[in-house]
Design a protein around this ligand. Sequence first.
Ligand SMILES: NC(=O)c1ccc[n+]([C@@H]2O[C@H](COP(=O)([O-])OP(=O)(O)OC[C@H]3O[C@@H](n4cnc5c(N)ncnc54)[C@H](OP(=O)(O)O)[C@@H]3O)[C@@H](O)[C@H]2O)c1
Length: 270
Amino acid sequence: MILVIGATGNVGRHVVPLLLESGAAVRALVRDPGNARLPEGVEAVRGDLTRPETVEAALDGVESVFLVWPGFAAEQAAPVVKLIAGHARRVVYLSAMAAADMFHGEVERLIRESGLEWTFLRPGGFAVNTLMWAGQIREGVVRWPYALAGRSLIHERDIAAVAALALTGDGHAGKAYDLTGPSVVTQAEQVRIIGEAIGRPARYEELPREAAREQLLAAWGEATFVDSALDYWASIVAEPEPVTRTVEELTGVPARTFHQWAADHADDFR
Ligand SMILES: NC(=O)c1ccc[n+]([C@@H]2O[C@H](COP(=O)([O-])OP(=O)(O)OC[C@H]3O[C@@H](n4cnc5c(N)ncnc54)[C@H](OP(=O)(O)O)[C@@H]3O)[C@@H](O)[C@H]2O)c1
């Protein structure tokens, strides 16, 4: 039995069918089983990660766990990791390439010290983040800073493919996988590619940093978060994000391109 936590999320929703295809018995921990829309054959168990006492029932008889820790404080993960270690043998944790800078580093530490057999998936930016442009794409112009920021965005299905391998196969214990898309695509190119995929041209209009800062402050609220995002995009104009071949090395097929991602999500932008 494999328990998928975050089974309704970008990555988890693709992990579930891959596990079913492999013949595994799959259970999902969800906050709202009625709305989870899981594939047939998956057992949905109600639980909330912020209330560890509600998580234990889902762990009965579980051997492996796919764990997403969706942005809560890392300290809150301690009792959940302890519970998982009390029932399961193995955990595959959806971390992040920038693990050390975020709460993910602390969750990784808790897992390392738990006695569980672990695999850490450390993706860079998700291609799915570009859905934040959907409204602007519909209007044909994306006004955003740092057109030439070069990103190696990853398709969520590739993260899920690696997760499924790590959950069902051998040889992944104690491994931390840096996962990216197959090439660097600038933000301006991303917009052009999405426009192509939906059959309606979209162009990128460079937004000066100060104007972008104001816009993002209104949308995101937190100034430190906005400033670090802006600094980060500025930095990857000069030095684009790294590209790893880990997806291909593990799955045997090249990581999906941003073109493929945009084609898969064309309807989300229309
Ligand atoms: N976006 C990026 O560029 C990026 C890059 C690297 C790493 N990551 C990491 O990837 C993770 C997010 O993965 P994702 O995009 O697949 O997830 P997502 O689409 O954000 O979905 C979050 C999942 O967590 C579940 N969840 C939320 N709160 C919960 C709670 N209190 N109890 C139980 N389940 C809860 C949600 O279920 P319901 O809402 O259905 O209950 C949903 O299945 C984050 O940890 C993020 O830091 C993201």
